[in-house]
Design a protein around this ligand. Structure first.
Ligand SMILES: Nc1ncnc2c1ncn2[C@@H]1O[C@H](COP(=O)(O)OP(=O)(O)OP(=O)(O)O)[C@@H](O)[C@H]1O
Ligand SMILES: [Mg+2]
Length: 391
C-alpha cells in the first residue's frame, strides 16, 4: 500500500478545511463590520436631525448650545466633531487627545481630524437660524478593533499550530531516533557473541591441516567477514558514529573493490578521483553502508547489466561523490518519495535503504544526499556531499 499517497490526501483535506475556516472568519467579520458602519452612520444622521429639530424649538443661543452638547454627549463611542462652515471646530466628542493640550494645539489637531474624518465619511450638514454647521465623524474604535480582530485571531491560531507542529515533530523525531539507536545497539550486541565463536571456529579450520585446503573453509571465512562488517555497522549507528578526518578516496576505494568482487561482471564499475586527496570527516563503516545501499539500488535498476560510474570531485568547501547508473531511471514523483521510510517499488524491497542513507549522511555526517539527475529509461545520478576538511 502506498501510505504516502494516503498522507497527501489527508494533507489536502486539512488544507481545504483550514482555508475554509480562514475565508469564513474573514467574510463573517467583514459582514459584521459593514453592519456596524451602517448603524453608526444612521446614528450620526439621527443626531444631526435631532440637532436641527432641537434648534428650531429653543429660544436663546445659550439653550441651543446646551441642547447640542446634550445630544452630542449621548453618543459614547463614535468620534464626532461639530464644525462651522469654514471647518473651524465648535465642539467634539470621543476624539482622543491629552486634556492638558493648549487651545491652539487642540484646534489644530481637531482640524487634522476633520480632514481625516471627511475622507472616511461625507460630513452631515445641519442648519439652524440660517447658520450652517457640519458634523464630521469616523468609525468607532470598536469598529476598528473588529476589523483587525480576525487577523489577530488567525495569527494567534497560526502561531499555535506552528509551535504545536514543531513540538510534535521534534518529539516524533526523537522517538524515532531512540528506536533506531536502540534497535541497532541491540542487534550489534546480539550478533556479538555468536560472531566471536564463529570467528574462532573459522580460524581453527584455517589452521587445521585436515581442513585448511577445503574450499568451504574459505567460504566460511568470507561469510564471517561479512557478518563482522554488518555487526560493525550496527554498532556504529548505535554509537551515533565516531567521525575521523580521512582522505575520502582511501575510504571509498576498498568499499568499491569489495562491492565489485561481489557483483556480477556484467556490471562495469569505474571510479575516478579528481580531488587530489581531499579529506573529510567520515565514519568508514557507515559510509560503506551508504555506498552499498546506493550501488545495490543502481544494480537493481539496471537489472544486473550496465555501467556504474563513481566520480569523486571537490567544489568549494564540499566533496561530492556522484554515482551514476544506466538503469531504468525515475520520474519526478518517484524522486520525491524515495527517501521516505517504507517507500519501495520493488516486490521484495523494504524501502529502508535510502532512508538509512539519508540518515547516515545528514544526522551522522552533517552531509547531504540528493538525486542529481534521473531520466526514465536512461539512468540516475545520486550525489553524496561532505564538508571538506581544510589543512
Ligand atoms: N538508482 C535508482 N534507479 C531507479 N530507481 C531507484 C534508484 N535508487 C532508488 N530507486 C527507487 O527508490 C526506491 C526506494 O529505494 P530504497 O533503497 O529506499 O528501498 P528499496 O531498494 O526498494 O528497498 P530496500 O533498500 O529497503 O531493500 C526503490 O524502490 C526504487 O524505486
Ligand atoms: Mg535499496
Amino acid at each position: 500500500m502506498d501510505i504516502y499517497q494516503h498522507k497527501t490526501g489527508i494533507k489536502w483535506v486539512m488544507a481545504v478545511l483550514g482555508l475554509s475556516v480562514i475565508v469564513g472568519t474573514l467574510l463573517y467579520t467583514d459582514y459584521l463590520a459593514k453592519r456596524l458602519v451602517e448603524r453608526e452612520s444612521k446614528l450620526i444622521h439621527l443626531y444631526a436631525r435631532a440637532l436641527e429639530n432641537a434648534a428650531k424649538n429653543v429660544g436663546t443661543d445659550n439653550d441651543m448650545t446646551f441642547l447640542m452638547e446634550e445630544i452630542i454627549q449621548a453618543n459614547v463611542s463614535i468620534p464626532v466633531i461639530l464644525a462651522d462652515e469654514k471647518g473651524n471646530p465648535i465642539s467634539d466628542k470621543n476624539v482622543e487627545y491629552p486634556k492638558e493640550w493648549k487651545e491652539s494645539i487642540r484646534i489644530e489637531f481637531l482640524k487634522t481630524q476633520i480632514h481625516e474624518m471627511s475622507e472616511q465619511h461625507p460630513p452631515i450638514k445641519v442648519e439652524f437660524y440660517g447658520i450652517v454647521n457640519f458634523i464630521y465623524y469616523k468609525n468607532s474604535y470598536l469598529l476598528t478593533l473588529l476589523r483587525y480582530y480576525p487577523y489577530v485571531q488567525l495569527g494567534a491560531i497560526m502561531l499555535l499550530i506552528i509551535v504545536g507542529y514543531a513540538a510534535f515533530s521534534y518529539s516524533r523525531k526523537s522517538e524515532q531516533n531512540r528506536v533506531w539507536v536502540g534497535l541497532a545497539k541491540e542487534t550489534a550486541h546480539q550478533l556479538g557473541t555468536p560472531l566471536s565463536s564463529l570467528m574462532a571456529i573459522s580460524e581453527y579450520f584455517k589452521e587445521e591441516a585436515s581442513t585448511r585446503s577445503n574450499p568451504m573453509v574459505s567460504e566460511l571465512a568470507k561469510d564471517v567477514e561479512r557478518l563482522e562488517i554488518i555487526t560493525q555497522r550496527f554498532a556504529q549507528i548505535g554509537l551515533e558514529g565516531k567521525l575521523e578526518s580521512v582522505v575520502v578516496r582511501d575510504i571509498l576505494e576498498p568499499q568499491i573493490r569489495y562491492l565489485q568482487a561481489r557483483t556480477s561482471n556484467k556490471i562495469e564499475y569505474s571510479f575516478q578521483d579528481t580531488t587530489n586527496g581531499a579529506r573529510a570527516k567520515l565514519n568508514a563503516s557507515l559510509i560503506g553502508w551508504v555506498i552499498e545501499n546506493i550501488c545495490k539500488n543502481a544494480i537493481d535498476a539496471m537489472e544486473g547489466r550496465g555501467k556504474l560510474r563513481l566520480v569523486l570531485q571537490s567544489e568549494g568547501h564540499q566533496v561530492h561523490l556522484d554515482i551514476t547508473d544506466t538503469g531504468k531511471g525515475m520520474n519526478k514523483k518517484t524522486i520525491q518519495s524515495i527517501f521516505k521510510p517504507g517507500y519501495t517499488t520493488k516486490k521484495r524491497g523494504w524501502g529502508l535503504g535510502l532512508t538509512l542513507v539519508k540518515r547516515i549522511m545528514e544526522e551522522y555526517h552533517q552531509g547531504k544526499v540528493v538525486v542529481l539527475k534521473s531520466e526514465p529509461g536512461v539512468g540516475t545520478t545520486f550525489r553524496l556531499s561532505w564538508t571538506k576538511v581544510i589543512g
